[in-house]
Design a binder for this molecule. Structure first.
Ligand code: N01
Length: 543
């Protein structure tokens, strides 16, 4: 059946049908607006649609990594594990699409290629790779923070005769590594989840590690009815607490400095958090991301755990991060990651001492060694936060967004960018986004945007644009807050360091989810301070 043609004029175009785009569609429909969503994938789910690598699972507990907007939905859905796996989260996304009948307004297998703002009509003209041209009053970028997968430019990559995979573009039918020699490049969150699972199948796994990461055991397990019920019976209060929490996660924060307690007590607290598992480890004390000495106590604890777990001490030393404070690169959460290096079929290679020189027909060449592989897994990350936005030709008043962001992304609240009216970003750079429970941040942004367009409509307005002054002040504030933390000390993708030539600025807002929400609410309550609001001239509007 030929795909239905998009209406050429709508109130809003949304780019992306992950959790952000889906909820945005639902909210705007509720306001009686006409909406067209474009999604490059063949289904909903965004990051959970693409990242199907073995072991993929969320590092936020399932009871917290879910929508809160529908009491019925959060009561009826049942998670089977404490930390949900990718297939289960994708089932959840599809369930939401079914429950709220979302698919009718989503055009799948369609990538937005261009968006141009027309100042005369206050509308965006949006084009896709399938020839759609749609005029929309507002354009909402729900493009995700980690959706542009990146394979480094290794020489000879095209010569490899085996199979290559990127964790962020995993084949839908899965991969059987049985009996294969597999090379894994990268040791970020994706690799740390994938390696233990691939190692159970493959004949041999060789891991190329350039930078070790800190990882905390998840202690994942089956969801018990009692635990699920403890959340469900108290959901409204807990969701509200999460919205006001620093990371959007209820993680039992301990409001005490790591340096104020005795060595024994500190050790005891770390042991408890390690045994409980997950990212809550970083909430053990209130100054772990603020004070290097405090941070060292946590980093040393984890390094010791690595040495205890990994039998070969040379491998353990290689796995123990030495160069960045714990938590300043995204903390990883695993199931038997370090223990996997005790297997006979797993080898760790120091790709910093012996960098990968080239890909050959049958494997890789690093240092003086040639490695033979049947398959290579690139767990090499993403062009984070700005990649997906800048892959679209976005232009207003003759200025491309790429040009404006040449020296780094600049936004007002991570929601808008000056010079590009009526364009909103969900979890854009300059908002807590990747430093938070994405579900909480997504819902907050979607609700803010829905309230904003409602306000404009109620006041006979149809255009909103962040002022340059407000944007500059937000950037200054963002830098000021980031510089009070240890985050800028790490060469992380938060800083854009993983992409050659990418400007190095700290992209997310570290001021905290709760504090950030208050700022956004305050901006809305003030009638959108820091923005210019306008209406089209009456004559034009009537045309
Ligand atoms: O990507 P990454 P990821 N030669 O950028 C290495 C989220 N996520 O997909 O650090 C050799 O972290 C690179 O080395 P280095 C989460 O927010 C969440 O793993 O640049 N190695 C690094 O080791 C996460 O942070 C979940 O020195 C090269 C790796 O590739 C984000 O996604 C699960 C190289 C890339 O690590 C991204 O994680 C998965 C080269 N030329 C992901 N180039 C959960 O919810 C790159 N590398 C649990």
């Amino acid at each position: 059946m030929p795909a239905a043609k998009s209406p050429s004029v709508v109130d809003v175009v949304i780019v992306g049908a992950g959790f952000a785009g889906m909820y945005m569609l639902h909210r705007l429909r509720g306001l009686g607006m006409s909406v067209r969503v474009f999604e490059a994938g063949s289904g909903v789910g965004g990051t959970w649609y693409w990242n199907r690598y073995p072991g993929a699972r969320c590092d936020v507990e399932s009871m917290q990594y879910s929508y809160s907007f529908s009491p019925e939905l959060q009561q009826e859905w049942q998670w089977s594990e404490l930390f949900a796996s990718q297939p289960e989260i994708l089932r959840y996304a599809n369930h939401v699409a079914d429950c709220f009948d979302l698919r009718g307004d989503i055009r799948f297998d369609t990538r937005v290629t261009e968006a141009q703002f027309d100042r005369a009509t206050h509308r965006w003209d949006i084009r896709t790779d399938r020839g759609d041209v749609v005029s929309a009053r507002y354009c909402v970028m729900a493009t995700g923070c980690l959706s542009t997968a990146r394979v480094p430019d290794f020489p000879g990559i095209e010569r490899f005769t085996g199979k290559t995979y990127h964790t962020g573009h995993w084949p839908h039918e899965g991969v059987d590594f049985t009996g294969q020699r597999v090379g894994v490049i990268g040791t970020g969150s994706s690799a740390i989840q994938a390696i233990p699972v691939i190692a159970q199948q493959a004949a041999h796994v060789t891991v190329f590690q350039r930078t070790p990461n800190f990882s905390i055991p998840s202690r994942n397990g089956p969801m018990t009815e009692t635990y699920a019920e403890s959340w469900k019976s108290d959901y409204p209060a807990r969701r509200e607490q999460a919205r006001r929490a620093r990371t959007g996660i209820l993680n039992n924060p301990n409001d005490v400095s790591a340096l104020e307690v005795s060595d024994e007590e500190r050790q005891h607290i770390y042991e408890q958090r390690w045994a409980a598992g997950g990212t809550n480890f970083l909430a053990a004390f209130n100054d772990l991301i603020l004070d290097r000495q405090a941070n060292d106590t946590a980093a040393n604890f984890v390094r010791d755990k690595i040495r205890e777990t990994v039998r070969d001490q040379a491998t353990a030393e290689l796995l123990a991060p030495k160069n960045h404070p714990i938590g300043t690169k995204r903390i990883c959460v695993d199931t038997d990651y370090y223990g996997t290096y005790n297997r006979d079929n797993v080898t760790l290679i120091d790709a910093r001492a012996t960098p990968i020189a080239e890909v050959t027909a049958h494997g890789l060449h690093a240092g003086d060694t040639k490695y033979r592989f049947d398959a290579i897994v690139f767990a090499t990350g993403f062009d984070a936060m700005t990649g997906a936005l800048l892959n679209i030709d976005i232009e207003a008043d003759g200025q491309p967004l790429r040009e404006k962001w040449q020296v780094g992304p600049r936004t007002y609240l991570g929601l808008m960018t000056a010079g590009f009216p009526n364009m909103f970003m969900i979890t854009g750079p300059g908002s807590p986004s990747v430093l938070s429970n994405m579900m909480v941040s997504i819902e907050q942004h979607v609700d803010w945007i829905a309230d904003c367009v409602t306000y404009l409509r109620a006041h006979g307005l149809d255009c909103i644009e962040a002022t340059q002054a407000a944007e500059d002040a937000w950037a200054e504030h963002g830098n000021e807050v980031a510089n009070k933390t240890l985050y800028p000390l790490a060469n992380s993708w938060y800083m854009g360091v993983n992409i050659p030539g990418k400007p190095q600025v700290f992209m997310p807002y570290i001021g905290g989810v709760g504090a950030y929400r208050e700022i956004c609410d305050d901006v809305a309550a003030s009638g959108y301070r820091g923005c210019t609001l306008a209406a089209q001239p009456a004559a034009l509007a009537a045309e």
